[in-house]
Design a protein around this ligand. Structure first.
Ligand SMILES: Nc1ncnc2c1ncn2[C@@H]1O[C@H](COP(=O)(O)OP(=O)(O)OP(=O)(O)O)[C@@H](O)[C@H]1O
Ligand SMILES: [Mg+2]
Ligand SMILES: [Zn+2]
Length: 529
């Protein structure tokens, strides 16, 4: 009798159910897998054969029989070694060596030659997708148990009155014993609270002396998720300021934690002992990074830095040193909050809603416009450098500031008033206001499957939201109009000032955007002046 077993494939951040049918007939020895398998799936035959033999069963390689394994749907490329376990069980069942009821069960896991189960990537996505669709049990390697069981913090699903059971086991033999009812495996449960730790931030904003206006700009960026560029001479403290940003970012919501954790799970970057990313990522790729490293790609496709920075910070230090094409490739994801990677048969989408923080010197030597030191660059060097600074990407940056070199007296005066903890309290409150604003907004309902389109912060507002939430008074309108009419502010720039002003008002818990908020917002568009 042919057997039918279920597994799941990871596509982008989500999982799709894969049906594995196995047929065993008498005949010349033959073992074939159909349904767009990649090389790793092809090689599964060898691992499965050896693992079955070491587990004390008869392997397909030992008999005169034809084994046909069919993976459906046929149009989806099957990648990786996670089908080893279901293929092995499908064969054992079709050749009548074991007997169990596969209904409601999902299997995933790589097999070692000795029959041990090896962990797979994307276990959380798999658990989320199958729980949502009403499956009853997932059987996977025990190392993946704690991660998959993160969904136990989610509560019951809609279709089932019961939660999906997460069964993590060590070997093929254990799986069979569990399926045939000889052992009772206890489902994994993970209490998300056990993993919510306070990270140790490398820099506290309170340690940085002076730089009041830069710190203020960072606070606004953190509160509303606004992209920010800072420009200043060497040693002014730009890198230091950027590194202090994580310490004032609002905490991730539970929803965001799952989103970010899914990404790190699929990238294979989740620490085994703590399968959760509970704070906002901070990624700082080097300026020599390639385009695929930054935006994602490869085969099988891996998320790039912009996706690893999702809901967190992408810090591009020495911004003008990045290759022009690489910077260009950031444009579209920055507009859309996601990246679509073209593949032979499927398009893959990874989320990429990050806050860009860029740092730059004013010129290659760093002293252009410095009152104390002379710039040693040629005119054309300066022009080339500044072209990169004022490219299409910088039009997507809400806040633009100059970080001055501080005088010696300033550096010795200590300011402990504005520690990161204090600032974080404010950004947290402002983010809460935004969350409530957008959570209840009918404009923000894109359906459950489109979670990556949901808006959480002011910086993500599109025109309809800006119209709705950024109403301004006459006086503000006339000053903005003056800037636009004189060509100092573009249409995009105009909207960006409104968004930043919205965040400044939220930091003051003010429902109205007033003239001062607009004036401060305008200050952060110095590049256009
Ligand atoms: N405001 C400040 N308070 C305390 N220390 C500071 C301040 N500004 C600079 N420093 C010190 O100067 C060092 C250099 O700062 P940083 O590396 O951030 O400068 P930078 O602007 O990134 O320079 P570059 O353009 O060369 O990259 C810091 O590591 C820190 O020790
Ligand atoms: Mg630096
Ligand atoms: Zn110079």
């Amino acid at each position: 009798m042919p057997s039918k077993i279920f597994s799941a494939a990871i596509a982008g951040l989500n999982a799709r159910i894969i049906e594995i049918e196995t047929d065993v007939t008498r005949g010349l020895r033959h073992f074939e897998i159909v349904g767009l398998p990649d090389k790793a799936v092809e090689e599964s035959k060898e691992r499965v054969g050896a693992a079955i033999k070491s587990s004390g069963f008869r392997s397909p390689h030992q008999q005169s029989q034809r084994v046909l394994v069919s993976l459906a749907p046929a149009d989806l490329k099957k990648e990786g070694s996670l089908y080893d376990l279901p293929i092995a069980l499908g064969y054992l069942s079709a050749s009548s060596q074991i007997r169990f009821n596969p209904e409601g069960k999902i299997f995933s896991g790589e097999l070692a030659l000795d029959g041990k189960l090896r962990p797979v990537k994307g276990a959380l996505s798999l658990a989320l997708a199958t729980q949502e669709k009403g499956w009853k049990e997932i059987i996977l390697p025990k190392e993946n148990g704690p991660e998959a069981a993160l969904i136990s913090s989610l509560g019951k699903n809609e279709k089932n009155s019961e939660k999906i059971r997460i069964i993590g086991l060590g070997t093929l033999r254990e799986v069979i014993s569990h399926l045939e009812g000889r052992i009772k495996a206890k489902p994994f449960e993970t209490d998300i609270k056990n993993f919510l730790e306070k990270p140790n931030y490398p820099v506290d904003l309170g340690w940085i002396k002076g730089q009041e206006s830069s710190k203020r700009a960072l606070e606004i960026s953190a509160a509303g998720g606004h992209n920010l560029i800072m420009e200043g001479p060497p040693g002014a403290g730009k890198s230091l300021l950027a590194k202090s940003l994580p310490s004032i970012l609002p905490d991730l919501s539970f929803e965001e934690i799952l989103e970010v954790t899914k990404i790190y799970s699929i990238a294979g970057l989740l620490p085994e002992e703590k399968p959760l990313i509970s704070y906002r990522p901070f990624r700082s790729p080097h300026h020599t990074s390639s385009e695929p490293a930054l935006i994602g790609g490869g085969n099988p496709p891996k998320p790039g830095e912009i996706t690893l920075a999702h809901r967190g910070i992408l810090f591009l230090d020495e911004f003008p040193e990045f290759h022009r094409d690489v910077l260009e490739s950031l444009r579209q994801p920055m507009e859309e909050g996601k990246i679509t990677i073209l593949r032979a048969r499927n398009h893959l989408t990874f989320p990429a809603r990050f806050t860009l923080i860029a740092a730059a010197n004013p010129c290659p030597c760093g002293y252009y416009g410095d009152p104390q030191r002379d710039c040693t660059c040629t005119q054309s060097q300066i022009a080339g450098y500044r072209r990169k600074l004022s490219g299409p990407l910088t039009d997507r940056i809400d806040i633009s500031i100059k970080v001055p070199q501080l005088k010696f007296e300033k550096l010795t005066s200590i300011d402990e008033e504005n520690s990161s903890a204090k600032i974080k309290e404010r950004t947290e409150k402002a983010r809460q206001i935004q969350k409530e604003r957008f959570f209840n907004d009918p404009l923000n309902k894109f359906g459950a499957r489109q979670e990556e389109n949901k808006i959480f912060t002011n910086s993500e507002m599109q025109i309809p939201q800006i119209k709705k939430y950024c109403k301004i008074d006459q006086k503000s309108e006339s000053i903005l109009k003056r800037f636009v009419d004189s060509g100092k502010l573009s249409a995009r720039g105009f909207h960006r000032v409104l968004k930043v002003a919205r965040t400044i008002a939220d930091l003051e818990n003010s429902e109205k955007i007033n003239y001062n908020h607009i004036a401060e917002g305008l200050m952060y568009r110095i590049r256009e002046n």
